[in-house]
Write a new protein. Structure first.
Length: 183
């Protein structure tokens, strides 16, 4: 009988990031990867910052697949991966996606793989290639050069932006915070 995979996450993960090991391993298993009798160590950087949220799930899964030789795509140093994984490999958005996308842009990433979230003001992220993915399998297919058939939902600006202006203040330069701008 095989031992269960050991996965350790180091460098100040919070409780939700520590729980990522179960989500990531279950997603990898659903993807068809068997890592039994393996010891996996995931190192989160920078070491001095506490890691909050399950936003790192997709990045961890991609890193593990690459390190284990299951992902044969060429290096993708210009890409960031954001999103929480469900046990079946589905990727879902989490709180804090916009600041993470802006940080990725500031750090010089050219592409961001993420789940579609209609609340993200993508019209402010024109210099960044946002690639919307729904599952871990779809992400891997895209990285390996296969064109994925599923298309992201059409971009829709929130209704608040569509309503006629009643005030002289222009909040167009404020990213997100739609409820606050409406108030």
């Amino acid at each position: 009988m095989s031992e269960i995979t050991a996965m350790v996450i180091v460098r100040l993960p919070d409780a939700s990031a520590k729980e990522a090991k179960e989500r990531v391993l279950a997603s990898l298993y659903a993807f068809g990867c068997d890592f039994f009798d393996k010891r996996l160590v995931v190192h989160l950087s920078p070491p001095e910052r506490k890691k909050h949220s399950p936003m790192f799930d997709l990045a961890m899964a991609i890193g593990i697949l690459k390190a284990m030789g299951k992902l044969t795509a060429p290096a993708f140093f210009d890409a960031a991966f954001l999103g929480s994984l469900l046990l079946d490999g589905t990727i879902q958005p989490v709180d804090g996606m916009l600041p993470a996308i802006l940080a990725a842009k500031k750090l010089g990433f050219q592409k961001v793989y993420l789940p579609y979230d209609p609340t993200l003001p993508l019209h402010h992220l024109k210099d960044l290639d946002c690639i919307f993915v729904q599952t871990l399998e779809e992400t891997v297919q895209y990285l390996q050069g296969q064109r994925v058939l599923s298309l992201p939902p059409a971009f829709r600006t929130p209704e608040i932006m569509d309503s006629p202006r009643k005030h002289h203040r222009d909040f167009q330069s404020i990213i997100g915070h739609h409820q606050g701008k409406c108030a």
